[in-house]
Structures are given as structure tokens and as C-alpha cells.
Design a protein around this ligand. Structure first.
Ligand SMILES: [Zn+2]
Length: 108
């Protein structure tokens, strides 16, 4: 139960801190952008079943594959443009959250 709480806390609440740290005077806008990166989970829609609490997203879903994850990290390290970098932060944090979930659920 606490693992699910931690998962959703990181996905929805912890990113508030990231949004603030990125640029405090734009934290609401940043939070909206970080929340929008949750759309990376659209790849769950072509999995069967769509939701499986015992499945590890990392390496299973298309946009959670090593190729895409390396693209998110590369973008974070290389691109300095405000919005692109914020999106990369959101995606990398999303992958770290999902990976932590896999580790804690021992599905990875
Ligand atoms: Zn995910």
C-alpha cells in the first residue's frame, strides 16, 4: 500500500518541488508542464492488460524502453532550451519513479 502512495506522491506531489526549484517565479506553469509529461504513459494503452499493478513499466512499454530513456537523459544533458529541458526533467523523473516502483515491487 505504501508503495502505491509513494508512487503517486512522486508522480504528482514531488514534481511540485522540481517545478519550484527550476524557476520559483514560474512554479505553477512548470508544474503544469511536468504534469503533462505524464502523457508518456500513453504507451500503456497498447499493452494488454492496459493496467497491471504487478508489471514493471521500465523496458516493457514503448516510451519506457532503454532507447527512449537514453533519449530523455541525453536531452536533459544537452538541450538548454527552457521548455525542452523542463520536459526532459519530467520524463527522467518519471522513469526514475517507475524504476523505483519496479525495484520496490521486486518486478525488476
Ligand atoms: Zn510510467
Amino acid at each position: 500500500m505504501w508503495i502505491h502512495f509513494l508512487h503517486y506522491f512522486l508522480h504528482f506531489v514531488a514534481i511540485l518541488v522540481l517545478a519550484y526549484l527550476y524557476k520559483p517565479e514560474s512554479w505553477k506553469y512548470n508544474y503544469f508542464i511536468l504534469l503533462a509529461t505524464m502523457f508518456v504513459d500513453v504507451d500503456h494503452l497498447w499493452a494488454s492488460p492496459v493496467f497491471d499493478p504487478d508489471r514493471c513499466s521500465i523496458s516493457y512499454h514503448t516510451f519506457h524502453s532503454p532507447f527512449f530513456i537514453s533519449m530523455y537523459f541525453t536531452t536533459l544533458l544537452v538541450v538548454k532550451q527552457y521548455h525542452i529541458r523542463l520536459i526532459a526533467i519530467g520524463l527522467v523523473f518519471h522513469m526514475l519513479t517507475d524504476a523505483l516502483d519496479c525495484y520496490l515491487n521486486q518486478t525488476w
